[in-house]
Design a protein around this ligand. Structure first.
Ligand code: 5GP
Ligand code: ZN
Length: 114
């Protein structure tokens, strides 16, 4: 996926402010933050949307959430609260077609989301 911006970040070809990395997952600050803490947690491997997951990705997706939990604690928002969001396809607001979990916190969150 040579044109994918998040694959390029994963390969270090585009800079990003990394906050967490392991062999399968990385996390970096969103370029256009929507909250005081806004971090994107992504799989290193290119998967375009949630619709493209298969059974073999179950562990990987769990690892995204475990990374989010750890980062929330590191960022000091675990107790105050945070939101995790994965947008799937354009109608839900997905603009980068490499699966990413938004971790948002540091301010009150409205419900329902827009
Ligand atoms: P989506 O709308 O697809 O759910 O979220 C994409 C997110 O990626 C947006 O919040 C946007 O600000 C962020 N983003 C897009 N391009 C870049 C980039 O090059 N670097 C970083 N750090 N974030 C990006
Ligand atoms: Zn990609």
């Amino acid at each position: 996926m040579s044109e994918c911006i998040f694959c390029k970040i994963a390969k270090g070809e585009i800079p990003a402010e990394m906050v967490y990395e392991n062999d399968q997952v990385l996390a970096f600050r969103d370029l256009n933050p929507q909250a005081p803490v806004h971090i994107l947690v992504i799989p290193r491997r290119h998967i375009a949307t949630l619709n493209d997951l298969d059974e073999g990705d179950a562990d990987l997706m769990g690892r995204l959430y475990l990374a989010a939990k750890r980062i929330a604690a590191d960022e000091g928002i675990a107790e105050s609260g945070y939101r995790t969001v994965i947008n799937c396809n354009a109608g839900a607001g997905q603009t980068v077609f490499h699966v990413h979990l938004h971790l948002l916190g540091g301010r009150p969150m409205g419900w329902p989301p827009g």
